[in-house]
Design a protein around this ligand. Structure first.
Ligand SMILES: *Cc1c(COP(=O)(O)O)cnc(C)c1O
Length: 423
């Protein structure tokens, strides 16, 4: 045996990482579970209308796969610009040189950290409760975290005075990036445009504001600030095809930013980071004549089911469902679960989460440990059938948990499987 010792050889911040875990590790996608845990598009990818001719589907050039893909992705970038050039927030026009495209938003999150933050010295500012990848990516890059929580539910807005003063503090030169999620995950609340304007106008802070717009197409029309990157040199707006476009499987994310920042990100990336099948499918999905109308149809169905869930859960009909926390701008909702005393409670919420998954095959996300989210479950809006099954399962599970009944899990499970509607 040589002298190799992983514990002293590998970087300490990497040794400290926990492997990525999600609800799917416990509750698999075996075709019987209803997966309302990861905010995917329940109605499927933006590929073709069920009624349309199947020859009209996307063309992946399988016989061209021996060639490396296009490293520039200019055609895809132009389509993404067309989608966001609305003239609503500026008179200027987005062009492909405002864009970086990567393997999901994850690649842009990491690339920005590597581009701006010196390991062991610099920090990013995040506003919990928020998306977990910002802090995971910071840890991988040995970059510090400054947390300034959002104001309390239900508004979950930025604590602007606290942010502005952190950006004026003597050590503000080590804050290089602000990661802001709008609409927020897990809050579902859109942040205020005027708050962003005030941060971008900060007189002394030398850093970059990153807006994560993963859910922007579920917010009111015209909400995206992507075209604002033509106005500010230090703004990044991230988007993804994983949510409204229903294309999580192809891994395509985009970062709109000023051409100089886009140049940095493009210079850093692996030359062939976007596989050609991903590019072909992405171009199909965002094409106004092909995938875009499918996205718009599926979105309308999701919005209808979101309204139905709000009606049903807000009606007081299901005992043990508390308040809606946060907003309605995404394809998920954050609801409190109440204990027998009527208080939002993590023990009760976790029991409901586990029983929903184990006995009813309905997987949601427990978010009670997040800042300001005590007792909360995050529920992805599903299809009509999925929402029906979720509501029934939730009502029965709450009765059991809050009534202290111990059901025979196997019996329950068999019963449910027998009447399962697989969406
Ligand atoms: C789902 C999600 C993303 C998407 O990440 P991809 O890597 O593009 O799939 C990005 N940001 C937030 C806040 C999300 O919830």
């Amino acid at each position: 045996m040589g002298a190799f010792n992983l514990e002293t050889c590998a970087r300490p911040n990497i040794l400290a990482l926990e492997p990525y875990r999600c609800a799917r590790d416990d509750y698999k996608d075996d075709g019987t579970n209803i997966l309302l845990d990861a905010n995917e598009n329940a109605y499927g990818p933006s590929l073709h209308k069920p009624s349309s001719n199947s020859n009209d589907g996307p063309i992946v050039d399988f016989l061209g796969l021996h060639r490396y893909p296009d490293p520039y992705q200019t055609d895809l970038k132009q389509l993404l610009c067309n989608l966001r050039n609305t003239k609503k927030h500026t008179t200027k026009t987005l062009t492909p040189d405002h864009l970086f495209v990567g393997v999901g938003s994850d690649e842009a999150i990491d690339a920005l950290l590597r581009a701006f933050c010196r390991p062991g010295k610099d920090r990013i500012l995040v506003c919990p409760p928020t998306y977990g990848m910002y802090s995971v990516s910071a840890a991988i890059n040995d970059v510090g975290l400054l947390k300034i929580p959002l104001l309390p539910a239900p508004n979950f807005q930025l604590d602007l005075p606290a942010i502005l003063s952190a950006l004026s503090a003597p050590d503000a030169d080590t804050i290089k990036l602000l990661y802001l999620c709008t609409p927020g995950n897990p809050t579902g609340s859109s942040l205020s445009k005027s708050d962003f304007a005030q941060i971008l106008a900060h007189p002394t802070w030398n850093g970059v504001v990153v807006l994560d717009e993963a859910y922007i197409d579920f917010a009111p029309e015209g909400s995206s600030l992507a075209e604002w990157v033509t106005e500010f040199p230090n703004l990044v707006v991230m988007q993804t095809l994983s949510k409204a476009f229903g294309m999580a499987g192809i891994r395509l994310g985009a970062a709109f930013t000023s051409p100089p920042i886009a140049r940095l990100l493009n210079a850093m990336k692996a030359p062939y980071n976007i596989p050609s099948p991903t590019s072909a499918l992405a171009q199909y999905a965002v094409d106004p004549k092909r995938g875009l109308p499918v996205m718009q149809e599926n979105r309308a169905k999701i919005v209808a089911q979101r309204e139905r869930l709000i009606q049903e859960l807000g009606s007081g009909r299901i005992q043990g469902v508390g308040r809606l926390r946060g907003g309605k701008d995404s394809n998920f909702l954050l609801y409190e679960i109440l204990n027998r005393e009527g208080k939002p409670d993590n023990v009760t919420a976790l029991a409901v989460y586990e029983r929903l998954a184990e006995n009813k095959g309905v997987v949601v996300r427990f978010r009670g440990k997040e800042h300001g989210c005590t007792g909360c479950l995050r529920i992805t809006v599903g299809t009509e059938e999925e929402v029906t099954r979720f509501l029934e399962a939730l009502e029965r599970t709450l009765k059991e948990v809050r009534g202290g009944i111990q059901p025979d899990a196997d019996e329950e499970r068999k019963e449910e499987e027998a009447s399962a509607v697989v969406g």
